[in-house]
Design a protein around this ligand. Structure first.
Ligand code: ANZ
Ligand code: ZN
Length: 854
């Protein structure tokens, strides 16, 4: 008799599978395709439990899909450009490339120990020249399509990382998503991708994504931020130019009492009167240093000053003052707003503070006195007043009427506005893909010719002064003859935002080793879209939106024939660890220093606060995957992670439950061992006539097949699927017919159903009962509906609503038969003899309740 030794068998099978090329993708096989993809990791050093959870989920899906007869693409790669490599380089003096590739090697070996069924032949790293060559090629596609352009822009500048950040990389407090630094505003010439051209499609196509969490779709829709309204123009007194504004409330235009420009608006200096110039300049200086979020915060006083200039409201002919204020953003709409204090909360606050007039033009249908001075802005729909031609109209219908009127008069037109901005992709950093353009004094911007790609990163780069030099500082790299005219020219020295690298990697896996093309479209069209994408909710906006954008652009360039890259999306929850905090000092205490039954701070003796928090280095609450694998094996780690919580929910790490799964696998091991040792006739051919114990066992076996399959095919309820496996193993353990083919069928079924979850032990046991080919090449079990039909059911007997016992009765009994069986049962006889039965309630299939008196 052998003991379950996970470390030994896991290594053995991993080696064997890789020799057999078991996980290699079957291209062009005569099978339906299934593309299972985990979000690829940043190679930061070691795997953490979040990775393990993510990849285990995808692996179960990939494995069961193979058994179900799909050809499966299940690849892995590395999101390998980015700042941490530069920071590590500075701290440790290793080149970013070296640090990155070391980490890849380390993490790859950890991944292999988890028994994840990746096709390693398709591994890619975004920092490799044979990958970023195509990233650069794609950039040129954007350039040719007019979707990449340069613009002088007020950018988010991270003073710690010394780089520009996209809006998406600045959090709600105006801090960098990476360094945490307070982001500053700075003017620089930058490259942008025109994602705004695709705003409408990106919004509308969300409807096609049935397999996405509603929450993620909502976040994307809000990010795109569509507003329907009007563009209206206000003539400026004394100037030819007009002030264009975007408004969602054209119905309030008769209530405009001032116009406000963003301080950095190009009209600001023109409308400013000489007496106001000094003050206006000072104000602009001040405001441009603030972040967008500070400027628009609801709770902050709005700051602004008059420019001295005047405009005309074309609808009323009234003269109104032109102001500048911090709450008007230059980048949104036209960078100018018509102020309607009576009906907009921000304008109301501003008008109160600045003593600007407030003019009511909408009133509630039942308004008492429209002339009373309002106490706050009335922002609801209502009836239009004080608005000339439009008086008495419903404000909602007045919107369209007023826009029509404006159009006829040449004062404006209907307009749709998106909150989404173009994507700023320039980064002044070394460790990224160089933007492949050259600046020629004669020809201007010249794209690097395709045959000269990749524009390779220079290897020799200075790492001093607390940062890795940017490309502009690399001697000899910048100077290059113009590809068109040969004149001495200069390379672009910015690299691309690393989100670009990850916006197309899923398109490369179907043809990962192609050195002639970005990918062969027929291959990528064949495998795409990804059937199941799994990753963290932190990518709900950025990565997913950018990937959708790239897909649409490459489709429009004729490279792809589908609209959306990810058919189904699963965002897995966090892995949380037991966390100890000293409530006095606020310090986290490592769990190794704490006695869990009496948690005290080893230094101060203070009683510690205990909670579950997302595992992180700073809280000392992480559990290293390696340690768990060494102790229990990868199969137990996988089983625990799948069993402990539904995939979308947070998961609390619990050593006792890990032990529990280890014990379960041991039980399965012993069950199969015993079977292999004692049962010589292992035929699974089921005879036509079965005894009652056989029928019962067979029902348990086929119920398990049905339930596990439902759990995996539907909403991915891995936790209940594992419970079903445990039930099946119990039924087998208790079975009274261990020499029956039904038992043999049950043992085989248990191993087959276990295979996607715990692939190594399943393989070992499969061979242990005499098979010679891999369990992972077997077809998925299908249940027989007849086997599920119970001959008998358990009927509950109640007296006055109280359960007194149960009896077995034929499953096809009708109501009166059920009553009859119940009455005659021993249980009922005990309670009803000598009494009067006043009423009998029969719930078919479940229970019979006797109401008695006397
Ligand atoms: C007049 C008005 C009257 C407005 C009213 C609202 C209510 P969303 O829905 O976010 O698109 N706005 C326009 N451009 C702006 C900018 N650059 N900075 C700050 N605010 C700006 O909001 C559109 C509304 O936000 C516009 O409609 C405008 O104020 C303001 F009773 O125009 B509204
Ligand atoms: Zn030239």
């Amino acid at each position: 008799e052998s003991r379950y030794n996970p470390v030994e068998i896991e290594e053995k099978w991993q080696t064997s599978w890789s020799h057999q090329n078991l996980d290699q993708t079957q291209d062009k096989a005569d099978k339906p395709k299934f593309y299972a993809l985990s979000m690829f990791p940043y190679p930061s050093g070691n795997l953490h439990m979040g990775h393990v959870r993510n990849y285990t989920i995808t692996d179960v899906i990939a494995r069961k899909s193979r058994m179900q007869g799909y050809r499966v693409l299940h690849p892995m790669g590395w999101d390998a450009f980015g700042l941490p490599a530069e920071n590590a380089a500075i701290q440790r003096g290793v080149h970013p490339a070296k640090w990155t590739y070391q980490n890849i090697t380390q993490m790859q070996s950890e991944l292999k120990r988890l028994g994840l069924s990746y096709d390693w032949n398709r591994e890619l790293a975004t920092c490799a020249p044979d990958y970023y060559k195509w990233t650069q090629w794609i950039f040129l596609q954007f350039l040719h399509a007019g979707l990449a352009y340069q613009k002088e822009a007020a950018v988010n500048w991270d003073p710690i990382d010394q780089t520009v950040l996209a809006n998406e990389q600045v959090d709600s407090e105006g801090r960098s998503w990476r360094s945490g630094a307070k982001v500053e505003r700075k003017l620089l010439r930058q490259w942008f991708l025109k994602i705004t051209d695709y705003a409408e499609q990106l919004l509308n196509d969300l409807d096609k994504l049935d397999g996405w969490p509603e929450r993620v779709k909502l976040m994307q829709a809000n990010w795109i931020g569509k507003s329907v309204g009007a563009y209206l123009e206000f003539p400026i007194i004394g100037l030819e130019e007009k002030i264009g504004v975007f408004t969602t409330r054209p119905d309030t235009v008769y209530g405009v009492t001032y116009v406000v420009l963003a301080p950095e608006h190009p009209l600001t200096p023109k409308v400013t009167t000489p007496d106001r110039k000094t003050e206006v300049d000072a104000f602009i200086q001040e405001v441009t240093q603030e972040s967008e979020l500070e400027r628009t915060a609801e709770d902050k006083p709005k700051r602004g000053i008059p420019t001295g200039g005047k405009a005309i409201n074309p609808f009323t002919g009234e003269e109104i003052p032109i102001w500048i204020a911090d709450y008007v953003l230059y980048e949104y709409g036209t960078g100018a707003v018509m102020g309607v204090p009576a009906h907009d909360a921000r304008d109301f606050q501003f008008a109160k503070e600045q003593q600007l007039p407030i003019k009511t033009v909408i009133v509630p249908a039942d308004a008492a006195d429209p002339k009373a001075e309002p106490k706050q802005a009335y922002t609801e729909p209502g009836v239009v007043v004080n608005s000339d031609l439009f008086n008495g109209m419903e404000s909602i219908s007045a919107k369209a009427e007023i826009v029509n009127y404006a159009e006829r008069k040449g004062w404006g037109k209907a307009r749709i506005q998106y909150r989404l901005r173009d994507w700023l992709i320039s980064r002044q950093r070394y460790w990224g893909a160089p933007i492949p353009v050259i600046y020629c004094p004669d020809c201007g911007i010249v794209p690097v010719p395709e045959q000269d790609l990749p524009v390779a990163l220079p290897e020799n780069v200075a790492m001093s002064g607390g940062r890795v030099a940017s490309l502009s500082q690399v001697e000899g790299w910048v100077d290059v003859p113009c590809p068109t005219c040969g004149t001495a020219a200069k390379r672009e020295t910015d690299t691309m935002d690393t989100f670009i690298d990850s916006s197309w990697y899923f398109l490369r896996y179907p043809d990962a080793n192609n050195d002639q093309q970005v990918f062969d479209s027929s291959k990528t069209n064949d495998w795409m879209p990804v059937d199941q994408y799994v990753g963290g909710i932190e990518h709900a906006i950025l990565h997913l939106l950018y990937s959708r954008f790239f897909t649409k652009v490459l489709r429009d360039r004729g490279l792809l024939n589908f609209d959306e890259p990810f058919q189904r999306l699963l965002t897995q929850g966090m892995v949380q660890g037991l966390t100890y905090m000293n409530p006095k000092t606020g310090k986290w205490v490592p769990s190794v220093d704490v006695n869990p039954s009496d948690p005290k701070d080893p230094e101060t003796g203070e009683t510690l606060e205990v909670s579950y928090k997302t595992m992180s280095k700073s809280k000392y609450n992480g559990v290293a995957p390696e340690a768990v694998i060494n102790k229990y094996g990868a199969d137990t780690a996988r089983m625990f992670i799948l069993f402990k919580a539904p995939p979308e929910k947070d998961l609390e790490w619990d050593d006792a439950d890990v032990e529990g799964q280890f014990r379960f696998l041991n039980r399965v091991w012993r069950l199969v061992e015993e079977f292999a040792a004692k049962v010589t006739n292992r035929s699974t051919t089921i005879p036509p006539e079965l005894s009652k114990p056989e029928k019962d066992l067979r029902r348990a076996v086929h119920t398990a097949i049905k339930e596990v399959t439902d759990d995996l095919d539907g909403e991915y309820q891995f936790n209940t699927a594992v419970s079903e496996l445990m039930k099946l193993s119990n039924a087998l353990g208790d079975a009274k017919c261990k020499d029956s083919p039904v038992y043999a069928e049950g043992i085989e079924t248990l191993i087959l159903l276990l295979a996607p979850f715990a692939p190594h032990i399943a393989e070992e046991l499969w061979h242990g009962i005499g098979h010679t080919d891999s369990v992972h090449l077997q077809p998925w079990c299908t249940f027989e509906p007849e086997a599920l039909v119970a001959d008998e059911i358990t009927l509950v007997i109640q007296i006055m609503g109280k359960t007194r016992g149960t009896i077995q009765v034929p499953a096809d009994s009708d109501k009166s038969a059920l009553e009859q069986y119940a009455r005659e049962s021993e249980v009922a006889q005990r309670y009803i003899t000598g009494k009067t039965v006043k009423k009998v309630i029969v719930v078919p299939g479940k229970l019979v309740n006797f109401v008695v008196t006397g």
